[in-house]
Structure formats: structure tokens, C-alpha cells
Design a protein around this ligand. Structure first.
Ligand code: GP9
Ligand code: MN
Length: 623
């Protein structure tokens, strides 16, 4: 017994609170744990952070050590229980920005009592034990030697490093991309997540704090000279007036699968036919960064670029935006809806959609399904569309409805009985499977279009189908090159950033394949023009897709720039005609202008500059 009593109290406290944290993750929150590896990370992160925090105790003298241990245990318990109560209401974790948003906190306040369950009292057991141990003088509290302190620091740092390394294996770029708060909590734990959130919020807020409206003048002038001035009125103005707009994001679809065959079979037979009845933009580029799907949503809704090193949905969801849903509601009374059968907190959508002015977000909670209805990341696209049709019956017209598919997502795995075509046969399993899931989503979209027809929702709608970003990374260049029958040079790799963009207008007159250079940045001005909304003072970096006179380049988020005759990639200038490297100066113009634009767009977002701009008058105003 005496031996046991010699164990330092801070170690006992670390184990108690760490174990409790794990128990809460496992049994109180509803986190989806699918593999043994995820289970291990969950346990390790709970213990590692608890060790890291409690081990600080060695630096205090005995009396303060005692106080430190008690206060730490209380604060950690409070954080856990507060998150638990918040989670029960919002299926999400507390963040600093939401904490300061009255609507959320207010909602919670009124129902707080009902969110605390009697069984939560069990979560105070560790606290009670720690108090008891102190009272009974069990376990050791003493002044530790320098050597011991160093060892303890080494142990706690190692624990954190192991946790981080495992998290990196499970979810590469977790911190950079953010993904989902649930992912963060599962991989690095609640406390590290809060620290991460605090750092992001502090850095976002400090940049915002020092910004003023003065930068907007220059940006406004640039947009005027290089974006607004060059547009010409065209005949599609107002064509969508009073019609519903249905936008379908075909996850990970790249243009190379369109009108392409595998083993003598079309990969996307439905889209290929649908294109015959629609406008098809064959040189349309995605412009996403690390925020992938969410970046694509950001770009199309705002006509601004996504951010260089972070997911803007995560880092700047508190900004002011002049987004598409807001404008079309104000000008034409359109309601905006998003349908996506994933966690609402993924990519911070539940927060960002509100900021962008969506009226309703039908997330995973709106769909009813069993595990056998899932493929890959979640509910399969066929069932997803089937249920979405039902949900659509409740929405108000005219609407802008956005559908985000999921089945054709990396790693493109599909049960053999669900696949209608054979896999490809190359050294890349990813590419091999890619065609099968692409076909699946093609079929799902076909079924959706048929259901829209059955429900009488088709004729009144403008239907846009597009890929959100690439699905096959450069890692698979060799297999890709074999499939396409050409070397994947940096030039070809840039060409592979094209995603299908299809605009279906419900009459036979508006069809054709358009080769003009285009990208996601053009979405918003295009929709506004189709709705007949004049938005002269808007700050966007894209042009109406149907305008003859357009900006002469498309900037990808990673520094590559596509011009009409030349393309800049990997530090070289390529000529479209030959795909060969030419003298760098040919790309100077597009490269410089693209860089300037990206910088302006970043400045707007980092500084939250739209709060200083009056979009009606095109004037700078005080906040
Ligand atoms: C997640 C889905 C996929 O909700 O949109 O996201 P991605 O990994 O493609 O960005
Ligand atoms: Mn995606």
C-alpha cells in the first residue's frame, strides 16, 4: 500500500481524467469509430493530453501543486460537460466564434437544464476521488528534482508527438484542412481541438482587427477595369427568371471521363446524353485549394477565390459576404437550400451556410438509412437523391437548391454488386475503381433527373451539373498517362484540373459545347445574369460564362494559371497548341494578373473587408 501511495498525485489525476475523457468520447458523444486504429487513437489522445496538462504540476511547489491539480481537474471536467451539453443540442462541439454568437448560446441557455442528464454526475467521480486522495493524503505531492522534471517533460511531449503522428497517419493534413470538428476531436482530442480553435480564431481576428476599408478602393478599381468593364450584354440575360435553379455537385468528377470509354463502355452514359441537350463547357477548371468540396462551394457562391493554405469555410465563417443566396433572395425572393447527407459540421457547413444565407441545410440527420445503404463515405447517391426528392416537396419556390453527392469520393470503393462496369486494370487501384463509382453517380443523377420529371419539377428548372475538384491526384500520373495514352507533363496535369460543367435550360434552343476558358469563379455572375439581376457594383473575380468578352485567364488556387494561348505551371510557360515549354515571358501577363487577383481576394477575406463596402452604391462605408 505504501508503495502505491508514493505514486505522484499528478500521475493519478492524469490517468483518472484521461480515462474519463475517453469514456465520454466513447459512450457519451456519438462519434463514429470504424476501425481498431481509430479506437486506439481515441484512447491515446485522451490520455496524452491529460498527461501533458497534469504533468505541468512538477514545476510547482507542493502547496501550489495541489491547487493546480484541483483547478485543472475542475476546468477539464467543466469543458467536457459543457461540450457534452452543447453536443446534445447541436451534434457539434463548442467553438469560440459560436460561443460569442448569441443565437447559438441563447438557444442553449433556454434548454440547458434538459441537456444535463443525471448520469452526467458520474462524470464528477474522478473529481471526487482526487479530492478524497488529497484529504486522506494518499499519493505523493512533493517538490521534484530538476532531473525528474526534465524526464516528465520528455514523457508528456512524447505522448503528444505519438498522438500527432498517429493522427497524421489517420487523417493527413488534419490541422491544415480542419475537415470536421468530429474528426479533430476523434484524432487529437477535445482539448487540443479547443487550442487549435483558439489559435485560428485569434489569428483570424487579429488580421481582421487591423484591417480598414481603405484597401477596398484599390480592389474596386481593379474589378472595374479588369472584370466588370469587359463584359458585354448577352442574350441569356433573364432566361432563368422565375425558374428554379438546381445545382448538382458531382463529387470528384473530372472532365476526362466525359465522352470517354472503358472496355468499350461509356463511363458516364447519362451525362454524355444530357450534354447533348445542354450547354457544355469543356474548358472549365476547378479552383479549389485544401478545402476541396467546401472551397468549390465558396467560389461558386461568392465569385471570390478560396484561401491558399486553409479551408475558408472553417477559418472565415464569421465574415460578411455578398453571396449568391443573399442576393437572389433580396432581388428576386429566391430561397436557397443545401442537401448533403454528411455531418452538418463537416467543413463547418452548419455555420458557413448560415453566413452565406442558406435558408435550410438538409444534412445527414434529414436522411433515413441503414448501414447497408452506405457506400464509401456515407449514404449512397441513389438513395440520397431518392430521399432528397421527398425533402424537396417542402421547400419554397422559386429556389436555388444545391445537391452534393458523395459516392464518387476517394478511395472510390464500391461493393461489386453495386458496380455496373468492370474496374479498370492498371497499377493504380484508385484509378481502377474511380470509373466504377463515377458510373454509379452518373446513374444516380439520371435517376434523379427522371424523378424530377415525374414530380413535375424538371421543366421549370435550370439544372447545372458540375465536378467539384479533381479526384485522381498526381500520385497516379503513371496509370493516368497509360489510360489517356499520353505522358502526364505539368501541362497535361493542369489540363486534368478541368471538371465538367453542364447548364441545362429547359428548351431545345440552348445547347452546344463551348470551348471558352472558364472556371468556378464564373458561376455567380452567370447565375445572376440568367436571373436578370444587375449587380454592377458587386466585387467578384469571374465573368458571366455566356459573355463573349471575358477575362483572359483562369487562376488555379495553387499558382497555376491557364490563359487562352499559354498555361503557366511548375515555373514554366507552356503553349496550348503544342503543350511544349516556351519562353517564360509569354506567361508574364496572365501570371501577374492572376497573382494580383488572388492577393486581392485573400485581402478581402483576411480583412473581412466587405463590412466596409456598400454593394448598392459601390462605396466604402464605415463598419
Ligand atoms: C464531405 C464531402 C466531401 O462532406 O463534401 O468532401 P471533400 O473531401 O471532397 O472535400
Ligand atoms: Mn469533394
Amino acid at each position: 500500500m505504501n508503495r502505491i501511495k508514493q505514486i505522484p498525485l499528478f500521475i493519478v489525476a492524469a490517468i483518472l481524467v484521461g480515462t474519463k475523457t475517453y469514456i465520454v468520447y466513447r459512450f457519451y458523444f456519438d462519434l463514429s469509430i470504424e476501425t481498431a486504429f481509430q479506437e486506439i487513437i481515441l484512447f491515446i489522445n485522451a490520455l496524452a493530453i491529460s498527461m501533458f496538462i497534469f504533468f505541468i504540476a512538477v514545476w510547482f511547489r507542493p502547496k501550489r501543486q495541489k491547487r493546480f491539480i484541483i483547478i485543472t481537474a475542475i476546468v477539464m471536467s467543466f469543458v467536457i460537460i459543457a461540450n457534452l451539453m452543447y453536443y446534445r443540442n447541436f451534434t457539434d462541439f463548442v467553438t469560440l466564434p459560436t460561443l460569442f454568437q448569441f443565437n447559438n448560446a441563447g438557444d442553449l441557455g433556454s434548454s440547458a437544464v434538459s441537456l444535463f442528464y443525471i448520469s452526467d454526475l458520474l462524470l464528477l467521480l474522478d473529481l471526487a476521488l482526487i479530492f478524497m486522495f488529497i484529504k486522506l493524503d494518499w499519493f505523493t505531492i512533493k517538490e521534484y528534482s530538476g532531473m525528474f522534471r526534465k524526464r516528465i517533460v520528455a514523457v508528456s511531449l512524447s505522448a503528444i508527438m505519438i498522438n500527432m503522428a498517429l493522427a497524421e497517419i489517420e487523417r493527413p493534413m488534419l490541422f491544415q484542412r480542419g475537415f470536421d470538428r468530429e474528426y479533430l476531436v476523434k484524432n487529437v482530442g477535445l482539448f487540443t481541438f479547443h487550442a487549435y480553435d483558439a489559435v485560428i480564431t485569434a489569428s483570424t481576428q487579429s488580421k481582421r482587427l487591423f484591417a480598414d476599408g481603405s484597401g477596398m478602393d484599390e480592389i474596386d478599381e481593379y474589378v472595374n477595369d479588369h472584370v466588370r468593364e469587359i463584359e458585354e450584354p448577352i442574350d441569356l440575360t433573364g432566361i432563368a427568371e422565375d425558374k428554379n435553379i438546381i445545382y448538382i455537385a458531382f463529387e470528384s468528377a473530372q472532365s476526362f471521363i466525359i465522352d470517354e470509354e472503358l472496355n468499350g463502355e461509356e463511363i458516364t452514359p447519362f451525362l454524355n446524353d444530357f450534354i447533348d441537350d445542354s450547354y457544355y463547357f469543356e474548358n472549365f477548371y476547378h479552383q479549389t485549394g485544401v478545402g476541396k468540396t467546401s472551397d468549390h462551394e465558396f467560389v461558386i457562391d461568392n465569385g471570390l477565390y478560396s484561401l491558399p493554405n486553409s479551408a475558408v469555410f472553417f477559418t472565415h465563417a464569421q465574415n460578411e459576404y455578398n453571396s449568391l443566396p443573399k442576393i437572389i433572395e433580396e432581388e428576386k425572393g429566391y430561397k436557397s437550400y443545401a442537401f448533403h447527407a454528411n455531418n452538418g459540421s463537416f467543413w463547418n457547413r452548419n455555420v458557413m451556410y448560415e453566413t452565406l444565407g442558406y435558408d435550410e441545410f438538409y444534412d445527414v440527420e434529414s436522411y433515413d438509412f441503414e448501414p447497408e445503404d452506405e457506400i464509401g463515405w456515407g449514404l449512397n447517391d441513389k438513395k440520397y437523391f431518392e430521399q432528397s426528392i421527398d425533402l424537396m416537396k417542402d421547400i419554397d419556390e422559386p429556389y436555388f437548391a444545391k445537391f452534393i453527392t458523395l459516392t464518387h469520393h476517394f478511395p472510390f470503393e464500391i461493393p461489386p454488386e453495386e458496380a455496373s462496369i468492370e474496374p479498370h486494370d492498371s497499377d493504380s487501384v484508385t484509378l481502377n475503381q474511380y470509373f466504377q463509382t463515377a458510373r454509379y453517380t452518373d446513374e444516380a443523377i439520371e435517376q434523379f433527373i427522371n424523378q424530377l420529371k415525374d414530380e413535375g419539377m424538371y421543366e421549370d428548372s435550370i439544372i447545372i451539373i458540375s465536378g467539384d475538384h479533381y479526384g485522381i491526384s498526381s500520385y497516379h500520373n503513371e496509370a493516368m498517362g497509360e489510360f489517356l495514352g499520353k505522358d502526364i507533363t505539368p501541362y497535361e496535369e493542369a489540363q486534368l484540373q478541368r471538371v465538367p460543367f453542364i447548364v441545362h435550360i429547359p428548351d431545345r434552343d440552348h445547347t452546344g459545347t463551348l470551348s471558352r476558358l472558364s472556371g468556378q469563379i464564373d458561376f455567380k455572375p452567370t447565375i445572376l445574369n440568367m436571373l436578370g439581376i444587375e449587380n454592377e457594383k458587386d466585387i467578384v473575380f469571374g465573368n458571366d460564362l455566356f459573355s463573349q468578352n471575358r477575362k483572359p485567364f483562369i487562376a488555379l488556387r495553387d499558382g497555376r494559371v491557364v490563359g487562352e494561348d499559354y498555361l503557366y505551371a511548375s515555373g514554366n510557360c507552356y503553349e496550348h497548341e503544342t503543350g511544349e515549354v516556351v519562353e517564360g515571358s509569354y506567361c508574364d501577363d496572365i501570371r501577374e494578373q492572376a497573382e494580383q487577383e488572388l492577393n486581392y481576394s485573400d485581402e478581402i477575406i483576411y480583412g473581412d473587408l466587405f463590412r466596409f463596402y456598400d454593394f448598392e452604391e459601390g462605396e466604402i462605408v464605415e463598419e
